[in-house]
Write a protein that binds this ligand. Structure first.
Ligand SMILES: Nc1nc2c(ncn2[C@@H]2O[C@H](COP(=O)(O)OP(=O)(O)O)[C@@H](O)[C@H]2O)c(=O)[nH]1
Ligand SMILES: [Mg+2]
Length: 277
């Protein structure tokens, strides 16, 4: 069989199940560390419940994902997970879900492993959200998850360091209300409200436009240029203020939508069976 015929015959098996995210749907990817309970407690002795170096590895991984070829307007990390909000007019890979999921899991695993000096792998899933309210709900959900995790993790490790077994500590925490957990920490001399916000709310990354001094070789004169820089926010707002913060990011990026949307529609409708995908 000629190569071209064989190529045509076999490629269909790879691509028949391909699907793309519809235009005007918001895409949010969540990338999560695989078996990081073992990685952080057995393979590597990270400090519990929160380790600054582990946090910094996660932040660097988010930066890498936000600059590896996609148009991502917001990155968020808490615990061993990363959420990424794509620009609504993102057109990369004709919005094929398998490309986003496999590339982001691969890039995150590669970056994190190189920082760690060992193997740390991530999985990835994609939410397709039809409106801005659901996008703010998504990020509020992860923000609340960070808050609950932080309270539980601080309680758990205080008990463990106070001679409770894994089972005793877990059972004790499961039977407590939120205010009782706060009280438990208080008895160990910790005021939960005073713990660093990054532990309780997670960390957000987004683009800032900054003016930089440049040099124009044609005119031989100094000039100012506008550059995009990633800003890392370790003091995110919480509750309804956080929903409003996400909404403001979405509105800020709305300006370019109408222009870009035409491109989205054109690109997603272009059949490209022949091109290597
Ligand atoms: N020691 C330590 N562990 C962390 C830190 N951040 C996240 N983890 C752990 O990462 C794990 C994340 O939970 P999950 O994704 O549900 O578990 P997995 O399925 O084992 O990856 C939990 O066991 C957390 O305690 C940290 O800063 N220090
Ligand atoms: Mg995990």
């Amino acid at each position: 069989m000629k190569f071209d015929d064989l190529d045509l015959k076999m490629r269909v098996y790879e691509t028949a199940q391909d699907r793309s995210v519809l235009p005007e749907m918001y895409m949010v990817a969540r990338i999560d560390g695989r078996s990081f309970t073992k990685l952080t407690k057995e393979t590597y002795p990270f400090e519990a419940p929160f380790d600054q170096q582990f946090r910094d590895h996660m932040v660097e991984t988010v930066k890498h994902l936000m600059t590896c070829g996609f148009n991502i307007i917001y990155g968020y990390t808490e615990s061993d997970e990363i959420s990424l909000l794509f620009h609504i007019a993102e057109t990369a890979f004709s919005r094929k879900t398998r490309k986003y999921i496999s590339i982001l899991a691969g890039e995150a695993s590669a970056k994190f492993s190189s920082l760690l000096g060992g193997v740390g792998a991530f999985d990835c899933r994609l939410s397709e959200l039809p409106n801005q309210e659901l996008v703010t709900d998504y990020f509020r959900w992860r923000n609340e998850d960070a808050h609950r995790n932080a309270l539980n993790a601080h309680c758990y490790w205080k008990l463990r360091k106070d001679n409770h077994s894994e089972r005793e500590a877990t059972n004790k925490i499961n039977g407590l209300s939120t205010s009782q957990k706060n009280e438990l920490l208080f008895q160990y001399g910790i005021n939960f409200n005073e713990l660093p916000n990054w532990q309780k709310r997670g960390i957000g990354l987004y683009w800032h436009e900054v003016e930089k001094e440049g040099f124009n070789p044609k005119t031989n004169k100094a000039t100012t240029v506008i550059r995009r820089e990633l800003f890392v926010n370790y003091d995110l707002p919480m509750r309804d203020d956080y929903n409003r913060f996400i909404l403001s990011l979405l509105h800020h990026n709305d300006n370019n939508i109408s222009n870009n949307l035409n491109t989205t529609l054109n690109n997603t409708n272009t059949p490209n069976n022949k091109t290597k995908t």
